[in-house]
Ligand binder design. Structure first.
Ligand SMILES: C[S@@+](CC[C@H](N)C(=O)[O-])C[C@H]1O[C@@H](n2cnc3c(N)ncnc32)[C@H](O)[C@@H]1O
Length: 279
């Protein structure tokens, strides 16, 4: 246990460990996540429902979503975007690795008599013969990926966009990075049993990597049996850095906004929403 807890106090190399699947697919944690996705007033898993409604309306208008539009939503969660897209007549595919979220999304589609193709997989390895007019990755999930994983992701998107197809995604900006402070904190059943239904001591250590514009929230969950470490990485972008990353991977940014409701981009915005096309 000493060795595991020591890791809390040693700054790991950026993106050196990837534990994101535990966060979304662990039986207990995914239950908490699903409850948060479905709570209209809670943010960490999905945005508030009022925002999502506005976002869906904007996406439908901006990308002319309607009967026959082929959409792939990467990291679709329980279907908060895929469901309304399908209700507009779009041919929708949702991709996510959370068994609990995909089960919920499938049930919702069945109940609403919507034909949505849900695929339970790691989106970094998604393969299909389908081609899409629009691919989405919403709620800054791109920021949780390492530079190499982002290359893989963009490669997957290139493979699956139809000619003229577009990618819409959002990232956290440098403005948001400024408020991600280094902290160290702990508590009994820290975050109200979010990490385990059993008794535990939870530690959170937040590191900032100034040169790389990266932050890490590292959690250690100590139960009688084990110590689990969960690494939540976030890459922050400027408009220039996301533009050049896309360019290096064969994409051109065709539009930018302050968020996925289509607000005008400003350098003070905490997010940047990007519309890109493959070259
Ligand atoms: C922050 S949530 C956003 C969900 C949804 N886009 C929304 O805005 O309501 C991120 C989602 O991406 C999924 N996810 C994260 N990394 C993934 C990966 N490598 N492969 C598949 N799904 C992933 C998670 O399971 C989770 O459902």
């Amino acid at each position: 246990m000493f060795e595991e807890l020591r890791k809390l106090d040693v700054r790991p190399a950026p993106f050196s460990v990837y534990t994101a699947q535990q966060l979304w697919d662990d039986d207990h944690i995914s239950r908490q996540m699903l409850a948060m996705h479905l709570d209209p007033d809670v943010e960490p898993a999905s945005r508030r429902s009022a925002f999502i409604d506005t976002s869906v309306e904007w996406i439908v208008r901006h990308f002319d979503v309607g009967p026959g539009t082929r959409i792939a939503d990467f990291g679709c969660g329980p279907g908060l975007y895929t469901t309304p897209f399908a209700q507009r007549g779009a041919e929708v595919t949702g991709i996510d690795w959370s068994r609990r979220s995909i089960a919920h999304a499938r049930k919702t589609a069945e109940r609403s008599r919507l034909k949505i193709d849900y695929t339970l997989t790691n989106y970094l390895t998604y393969e299909s013969d389908k081609r899409f007019d629009l691919a989405t990755l919403i709620y800054c999930d791109y920021c949780a990926l390492s530079p190499t994983q982002r290359q893989h992701f963009l490669h997957v998107i290139r493979q699956h966009l139809a000619p003229g197809g577009r990618l819409l995604f959002d990232v956290f900006s440098q403005t948001a990075f400024a408020s991600h402070q280094e902290t160290a904190t702990f508590g009994l059943n820290f975050m109200n049993h979010f990490w385990s239904k059993y008794e535990y001591i939870g530690f959170q250590r937040t590191w900032r990597y100034e040169a790389e514009s990266v932050a890490l929230d590292l959690y250690a969950i100590v139960t009688e049996e084990q110590v689990r470490l969960i690494y939540n990485w976030l890459q922050y972008f400027s408009l220039e850095s996301i533009r050049s990353e896309l360019m290096e991977n064969g994409f051109t940014v065709v539009e930018q906004f302050a968020d996925v409701t289509g607000q005008d981009y400003t350098s003070e915005a905490t997010e940047i929403a990007i519309v890109a096309e493959a070259n």
